[in-house]
Design a binder for this molecule. Sequence first.
Ligand code: BGC
Length: 748
Amino acid sequence: MTENTVCCCREHIKLSNDAAREGMVLLKNENGTLPLSRGEKVALFGKGSIAYVKGGGGSGDVYTKYVRSIYDGFMIMEAEGRVCVNERVSEFYRDFIIDEVVRGRDVMGKNAVPEPRTSPVFAKNAANESDTAIITISRYSLEGDDRKAEGDYYLSENEKLLISSVCDSFKKVILVLNVGSVVDTSYFINDDRISAVLLAWQGGTEGGLAVAEALCGVYSPSGKLVDTFAKSLEDYPCTAHFYDSEDYVEYSEDIYVGYRYFETIPGAKEKVNYPFGFGLSYTKFNIFNVKAERDGDEIKVYAMVKNVGNFEGKEVVQLYFSAPQGVLGKPARELIAFYKTKKLNPGELEKICLTFKISNMASFDDLGKIEKSAYLLEKGEYNFYIGNNVRDAEKIDFSYNLEENVIVERLTSRCAPCNLKERMLANGEFEALPQKEIERGYIHAKNSTAKAPDRLMPFNEVKSDADIDSFIAQYTGEELCDFMGGSDNVGVTNTLCFSEQKRLGVPPVTTADGPAGLRLDYWHGIETTAWPCATQLACSWNTDILKEVGAAAARELRENGIFVWLAPALNIHRTPLCGRNFEYFSEDPLISGKMAAAEVEGIQSEGISACIKHFACNNHETNRLQGDSRVSERALREIYLKGFEICVKEASPISLMSSYNILNGIHASESYDLLTGILRGEWGFDGMITTDWGIKNNPVHEVLAGNDMKMHKGYPDDLLAALNSGELTRGDLEACARRILKAYRKLV
Ligand code: BGC
C-alpha cells in the first residue's frame, strides 16, 4: 500500500463534503418539516439509505477510501444528540444488503437488485417507534448505456409500494433523492403526505453525511437546479424521438433545450414541476434595490441581497435576459449572469454586481435571414429579469434598445446539417432546413522548413516553443506516425499514456479519468477522493468551489505521477435519458461553461492538464461510436458548443477530447470544421486534441482534421502508408506533433 499524503487527506475529504453541501437542492419543505427538531426520532427507509450511490459508473467512477452512507451520516448526527435513529428499520436494510452482497448480487450498480418488498406492518411498527420517516430513492447509471423510463426516471413498483405504505403509517415523511440526473417529481409535488424532499444527487465520499447534516439543519441547502424538472418524461421535447433509431438522433427542438423550451414554447410552461434555477432554503432572502446601467460594451446590474429569515444561508442571484423575437426567434429567457452570495446571517446584507458583455446576447444566424453565419443582435428591446429561479425572476426597470441590427461577429458556415429536415421555432412550429452535402474540407499543412540541430537534441533541451520545429525536424516519418497514438501504461496509470518518443527523450504523458475524482485501478491500493457528481457541483452555482475541487483533484494526480486529468466533461443535458448526465453539468451552456472554466483553472493551477470532453454532441450513449447527432448550426453554436467556447476562452485547457459520435455526417474526431475551423480557428484553442478511447475512425482523416492524438493507441502503419502515398504530407503530421509537444512542455 502506497503511503499517501494527499489522496483522501482530511482537507480533501472535507472539501468533498463542502462541495456536496453546496449542491444540495431542497425541492419541498411544507410547514417547516425541515430542519428536523433536536432529538427527533427518525426511521431510514430504502436500500439507498445503506447502499448509498456516491456517483455513477465507468470512467466517471472512483475507488475511494470509504463512502459515508446516509445511515452513517445519521449515526454521526445521533452521536451529536441531534436525532435518534430507528435501528430496527436500518438493520432490516443492512441485513438485506449484506445478504445480497454475499450472494454476489449487485446492490447499487447497473443491475442492482430492486428495492426489497416490505409489508405495511413493517412501516406501521416503525411508526410506533419513530416520528419521522426518511425514504431514500437511489439511481445509478453509467457510460455506454442510456437510462430507461420505468424504474429509472420513474419509480419502480416496489418503490411505489414502499412510499405508499410509509405514507399510510407516518405523519411526517421526507424523501431523499440520491440520483445522478433528472427523475420524476410528479408523485410528490402535490402529495401532502410527503412534506419535504431533498434532491441530494450523488455526493461522493461524504455524500451521506452531507445529506444527514442538511436534514438536521447543520447548514441550510443552497443548491439550485441546473435542469428543468418537468411533469413527465414525455414533456421533454426530445423524449418522443429518443429511441427512434440507433443510427442517429435529430436535434429538431433546436435551441429550445431545457428551460429555453419550457419558458418559450406555447403551452410548455404548464408542464414544469420545478423550474430551472429553483431551490429552497431554511431561510428567506430579499433581492432589492436593483439598478442597472450600460458601461461601454457591458451591462452592470447592482442589487442588495438580504437574509430576512431566521437561519443562516446563501442565495443564488440569477440574471436572465429576453431578446426581441425579431426575425430569428429567441428563447423567452436566457441566463446571462449569476452570483452566489457568501453565507449570510439572519438580517445580514450583501451588495452584489452582475456584469456581462452585451455581445453575449447575440444569436447565430445560420440560414442568413439577416446575415449568414454571423452572430448578431437584432434590433428592438432587450429586457432583464432578476431572481432566484427562471420562473420567478422579476423584470427590472432597465432595458437595452437597439434601433438597428448589430453584427457582432462574422464567421463561416461550419458543421452544417446534411440530414436534419426541420427545426423548432419559438412559436412551437417547425421550419424546414436546407440539406448540405457532407464536406470534409481538409487542407494540408505546409512542411516545416526548420533544420534539425547538428547533434541530437533531446526533448529536455527544448527551451522554448520556438525550438520545437527544429526538434521535430529530427523525427523520421515513421517516428512521426508512431507519435500520433497512445503508449503503454506507466506507474499506476490505467488509461494509457499520450505517446512517448524514446530516441528523442520525449516521455510518455500519463493520463487518468475523471471527472468524479482521480480514477485508479483498485488493485493499486490507492484510494482517492470521490467528488460529488458534476451535476451536483453545478447545482452549487459556486465557481469558487469548482476551482477548489479542480485543484484538489489535480494534487491527487500529481502525487501519483499523472499529468492529464480526463475531466471535466461538459456535454449538455439534452434529455434526462442520457446515461452520462451525472458526469455533465447542466442543460444550460452558460452554467456548463462557467463551471468547467472554474474547474479547469483549478486543475491547471497545480501544473496538471485538464482534458475537457466530449467535444461535441455526445448527448446520448446508445450506439455512441456510430450515432449521428443531427443538429443545426445555430443550436450547435448557441447550445452545444457554447460551454466549450466559454471554457476554452476563459481557462485555456491544455488538452481536449473529441467525442465518439458522428456530428452531421462526420465523426467528431475527423471533423476539420469542428476541430480546426471552430475550436482552433475561431476560439483560438492552442492545446492538443485527443480522440476518445478505443475509437476506430479513419486515422488519416483525424490527422487532417487536426485531431492530434489517437487513444488508446494509434494506427502508425495506416499513417505511414498515407504519408508514402501523398494522402498525408509530413507537414500534416508535424502540425499535430507541434501541438502535442507544446502541451507536453507545460507538463513534464
Ligand atoms: C470515455 C471517456 C474516458 C475514456 C478513458 C471512454 O470510454 O468516454 O470519458 O475518459 O474512456 O477511460
